[in-house]
Design a protein around this ligand. Structure first.
Ligand SMILES: [Ca+2]
Ligand SMILES: [Ca+2]
Length: 359
């Protein structure tokens, strides 16, 4: 006897065919568009749709006041120029896709979300997707990872976005981490990570922490990492990447281009590496690092285990292209080198056009 799914089907009655056609032509879920016209924060049924209400509606497909829930992927448009308050507690998004954008009529600096040193903008937890366009996130507070955004096994896209004044133990501004079986993508284009801080005893990424732990890929193009910090007081291990820390263990392709990395600091008594950038890649997918300025970054404490000050690049397997790097003035009080570049394992690395001056 054939398994049930393989048995020949009887001819469908006419009514079934009509019903099937009706399903076929029914419009797909389009998702809701929430246009936010108030800077205030509330979850009261008072006849408005605040940013908090829209994020909760989008993260749950449920109605909040005038934000009507929809099963599709949702878009939130910040239509009021000014500073939005989002400080009343963590919002978690699992499985849903959300886009939040500032109205293109004004620049990203016109749409600020003030997280009040109280919460992240959003915690993406498993197979969610967030796209941010043309806005600024300020004063976020995460716990262990991701001050303004924690993307855990989820897609994250940042375009024309500034992340500033945010703190967590790792990933002071943003943490993007993905594990085996969750092949998610980080896409950053035209973004600024400024004056964020990682505060863990063991800390990765003062501005941005990327961890590809068995899957995932990253593209970061035209991004600035300015004046971010890692501050670690006691004597633990691994304080890495004052501006950017990216580590890949069997992750996918990595493309890093047109980066401006200036004024980042690691202030730690020991084991501080890459006050500007720290990159460790032990995958076999392509790696590209090009057109990067690394200037004036600092390892603040003199210790034999500390350094380099500008760039710590360790390639352990990928076919790698590294070119057109400018390192200047990465001195600090203790950084013994502006850059350390290591290529081991099966890496085939082409490294060219390095300018290292004033250090
Ligand atoms: Ca309301
Ligand atoms: Ca939805």
């Amino acid at each position: 006897m054939l398994p049930r799914l393989l048995r020949p089907r009887r001819r469908a009655p006419a009514a079934w065919i009509v019903a099937a056609l009706a399903v076929a032509v029914a419009p797909a879920a389009r998702g809701a568009t929430y246009t936010i016209t108030t800077l205030a924060e509330d979850t009261d049924a008072n006849g408005n749709c605040t940013l908090r209400e829209a994020l909760i509606a989008a993260a749950n497909d449920g109605t909040q006041d005038l934000c009507v829930g929809d099963v599709g992927a949702d878009t939130i448009v910040l239509a009021a120029v000014g500073t939005y308050s989002l400080q009343a507690g963590e919002i978690i998004d699992g499985f849903r896709a959300i886009t939040v954008r500032g109205d293109p009529a004004h620049p990203a600096s016109s749409y600020v979300v003030d997280l009040g040193g109280a919460q992240r903008f959003l915690w993406l937890d498993f197979d969610a997707a967030l796209t941010l366009e043309n806005l600024t996130l300020a004063n976020g507070l995460g716990t262990t990872h991701g001050g303004a955004i924690l993307a855990n096994n989820s897609d994250l896209t940042l375009r024309d976005v500034t992340i500033t004044g945010s703190h967590a133990e790792n990933g002071g501004g943003v943490t993007f981490v993905t594990f085996a079986g969750h092949d998610h993508h980080l896409d950053v284009e035209s973004a600024r990570f400024e004056a964020n801080g990682a505060t863990g005893d063991q800390a990765y990424g003062g501005g941005l922490e990327v961890g590809l732990q068995g899957a995932g890929s990253a593209r970061i193009v035209r991004a600035s990492f300015l004046d971010n910090r890692i501050d670690a007081a006691s004597g633990g291990f691994s304080r890495k990447g004052g501006g950017l820390s990216l580590e890949s263990f069997s992750g996918g392709t990595i493309e890093l281009r047109h980066l401006d990395v200036e004024g980042n600091v690691i202030d730690a008594p020991s084991f501080a590496q890459g006050a500007g950038i720290e990159l460790f890649v032990s995958s076999t997918a392509a790696f590209l690092l090009e057109d990067v300025l690394i200037a004036g970054n600092e390892i603040a404490v003199a210790d034999g285990t500390n350094g380099p000050s500008g760039l710590d690049l360790d390639l352990e397997g990928p076919p790698a292209t590294v070119r057109r790097l400018r390192l200047t003035g990465n001195l600090g009080t203790a950084g013994r080198d502006q850059a350390v570049i290591q290529a081991g394992g099966a890496t085939s690395a082409t490294i060219s056009d390095l300018l290292v001056v004033d250090g």
